[in-house]
Ligand binder design. Structure first.
Ligand code: 9MJ
Length: 683
């Protein structure tokens, strides 16, 4: 591909597309008078991109595909990573780091006893706290960039990446491979982050809670002109696929070569002769951390020799030959000012601590979750107490403990409400459950808001632009009372709301319109039936094929569905026998929400019928019950123990005796990466 010449017809086509796009661009940006929709524009742009991708000869520097900040897309394309994008195992102290070194030495047979150890060198680099992306270059030209996604499939964010100055559009230097994929991190340096937030605050716009979220939010823009205004950087840390490149012998040499071709590499990249030198590097970096102009959340150590890396291979979705030594969770003390009670989608009441704002783990924290009534009792916390707040990486801030010696005499007990704080309805607590719930369902405005947010979320009907704040506004303003009202919103009504520009209002109306065409699993998930997550929604859809069949299903047939036990079956029955919810569904369909039915295969005709699988060890990319549900939906039985009748064993991290038994019985085993690949290939 790419080496043959395009026909005259294709050359003409490309010229025509380019002219059309330039014209539409002018109409859109200069004259504010577009004559085609955003998605029609996308289609033209993609046709040209595809042509140019296929025939780089057609690329011209003035092509609209090359603009810094191209016109908005209506959605990102999916990209499958030919080589999965891996994550890293963590070590939380020096002992775990030494343990890692011992494992490497054992596997590589380099000696573990003192005095008998052969050299094992590591590459040391800071762990950047941003977003992992993959960039693909063909003949030295940047062709496509994608997010990591779940490691297997990411999103095509080429146009956004093109706006980042440290993403080279052309590589320079000698012997550039005809095909080269690099991986690295996109992040927002601290100075840029602070400046961005300061500006946003003055303009009364949304501020980001930390640089990582800012980077993520900036890369997720469908309009790359917005991304272009964000101060992002890109630093690489590994190579993916490549063609005709005889890789150097070590990781550090690879990065140095990539640096020569035009990529930014960490200025702190070093080698360490052994694990003690790694520990010294970590300490030095920890001291340096406060002076860096970007956030790092740990140090990554990688076995430097490539032949060793190949020998060591992978476990699940992480390389065996690398480890991230994380900086410790940060703690700070502050005062608990008050406790408020929030109502979740299913009515669960969550106490939220309002704190005297305190800077911890790189962000200012003014709220922390207290989870439930039991957690308040466990902490023994009162309003007015001095508390220790802990924040580790992405984790929601928690109250770790109370400093009882500092308790003021004015401290008061936290009183759990007896009625819903949003609608005054009665609360109930089911035996054996930690949560206390509001029983009012969608009559409760708080639950209604959450239900709408869930319905519009990415994995549900994916209504881009219908975010949390807007839903709050729409419900408060009385524009939305129930889910079907979403489909009766008018651009004028939306534009009248505070903070919503006319353009965003019409984009939102278009996104709402587009969401009408969906799939049965998405629709079922979107309804927010209790305990019906994505995997269960998929099982139900595959089993029943249509909503009508599901609505009519009795408890027994529900229980025969993969991953559905009596409790979930009960919630599903309850949902579909409630006249209010049936009316919501009917109204949604009347409003135009539709999906194709699914062909229901007889159990015997399913691809894994007759097979028995065993899951062991921990999985990183899905929960054990999701894995089970997916296997069962494909017709397999999932057993708890390995026998000669077992078809296959999926071995996750730290798989133990079951894996050993499988090996002893010659039962085939696969790791998580292979498992995910297999599932996606047959589902
Ligand atoms: C970061 N986040 O800085 C890796 N990373 O290597 C570095 N991440 C990585 N390396 C293999 N420096 C998988 C992830």
């Amino acid at each position: 591909m790419g080496h043959t010449s395009p026909s005259a017809e294709l050359i003409n086509q490309a010229t025509e597309l380019r002219d059309q796009l330039i014209q539409h661009n002018q109409r859109y940006y200069v004259h504010d008078d577009p004559t085609i929709s955003d998605s029609e524009y996308d289609q033209l742009l993609r046709r040209l991109q595809d042509l140019e991708q296929q025939y780089p000869q057609l690329l011209s520097p003035d092509s609209p595909t090359q603009r810094v900040g191209a016109p908005p897309l209506s959605a990102f394309k999916q990209v499958r990573h030919e080589l999965p994008m891996l994550s890293l195992d963590n070590a939380f102290d020096d002992t775990e780091l030494k343990e890692f070194d011992r494992r490497m030495r054992e596997r590589l047979k380099l000696g573990t006893e003192e005095g008998q150890q052969a050299a094992l060198e590591y590459a040391c680099e800071p762990k950047l706290d941003g977003l992992a992306v993959s960039l693909l270059y063909r003949d030295g030209v940047f062709e496509r960039g994608a997010t990591r996604g779940d490691g297997e499939t990411g999103e095509d964010i080429t146009l956004n990446l093109r706006t980042i100055a440290s993403v080279p559009l052309h590589l320079s230097g000698d012997n550039i491979p005809p095909l080269l994929e690099v991986r690295g991190e996109v992040y927002m340096p601290l100075a840029g982050f602070k400046a961005f937030n300061a500006r946003a605050e003055t303009a009364d716009e949304k501020v980001f809670i930390n640089p990582r979220n800012a980077a993520a939010g900036s890369l997720r823009q469908l309009d790359s002109k917005i991304t272009a205004t964000r101060p992002l950087e890109f630093c690489i840390y590994s190579v993916g696929i490549s063609e005709s490149w005889v890789l150097p012998a070590t990781h550090v040499e690879i990065l140095k070569q990539l640096n020569l071709w035009g990529f930014l590499i960490s200025p702190l990249l070093e080698t360490a002769a052994n694990i003690d030198a790694c520990i010294a590097y970590y300490q030095k970096a920890n001291e340096l951390r406060a002076t860096l102009n970007y956030d790092i959340d740990g140090i990554v150590f990688k076995v430097n020799r490539l032949d060793y890396q190949q020998q060591l291979g992978f476990v699940a979705r992480a390389p065996r030959w690398a480890i991230a030594r994380k900086f410790p969770a940060e703690e700070a003390t502050t005062q608990l000012l008050d406790v408020e009670f929030q109502v979740g989608r299913t009515g669960a009441i969550t106490p939220v601590a309002r704190l005297d704002p305190v800077f911890v783990g790189g962000v200012t924290v003014s709220n922390a979750t207290l989870h439930n009534r039991d957690e308040i009792a466990r902490l023994g916390v009162k309003i007015g107490d001095t508390v220790v707040v802990r924040r580790a990486g992405d984790v929601i801030p928690q109250i770790a403990r109370v400093l009882l010696e500092d308790r003021p005499s004015s401290a008061r007990a936290i009183v759990f409400p007896e009625h819903c704080p949003a609608c005054e309805s009665a609360l109930s607590r089911i035996e054996g459950e930690a949560a206390v719930r509001c029983t009012a369902g969608l009559i409760c405005p708080a639950q209604r808001k959450q239900a709408i947010k869930h319905f519009a979320s990415r994995d549900a009907l994916d209504i881009e632009g219908l975010g949390d704040k807007l839903v709050d506004q729409l419900v408060d303003a009385g524009c939305i009372h129930s889910l079907p009202d979403i489909y009766h919103l008018k651009a004028a009504e939306l534009a009248a709301l505070e903070r919503l520009a006319e353009k965003s209002a019409s984009n939102l109306v278009a996104a709402i319109e587009a969401s009408k065409q969906t799939t049965l699993p998405r629709f079922l998930y979107a309804l927010g039936i209790r305990e019906v997550g994505k995997a269960t929604a998929r099982s139900l859809a595959q089993h029943f094929g249509s909503l009508e069949n599901l609505e009519e299903a009795d408890g027994d047939s529900l229980k025969s569905v993969a991953d559905v036990g009596p409790i979930v079956a009960g919630f599903v029955r309850q949902f579909f026998t409630n006249t209010d919810t049936l009316k919501v569904i009917a109204d949604l369909r009347d409003a135009g929400v539709h999906w194709p039915d699914i062909e229901v295969l007889e159990q015997a005709a399913l691809p894994l019928s007759g097979e028995t699988w065993v899951l062991t060890g921990s999985l990183n990319t899905m929960t054990r019950s999701d894995a089970k549900a997916r296997l069962e939906a494909l017709g397999a039985k999932v057993a708890g123990s390995v026998s000669a009748n077992t078809t296959r064993v999926v071995a996750g991290d730290k798989a133990g005796s079951k894996l050993a038994k499988a090996e002893a019985l010659n039962v085939p085993t696969i790791n998580e990466t292979e498992f995910v690949e297999y599932l996606t290939s047959i589902e």
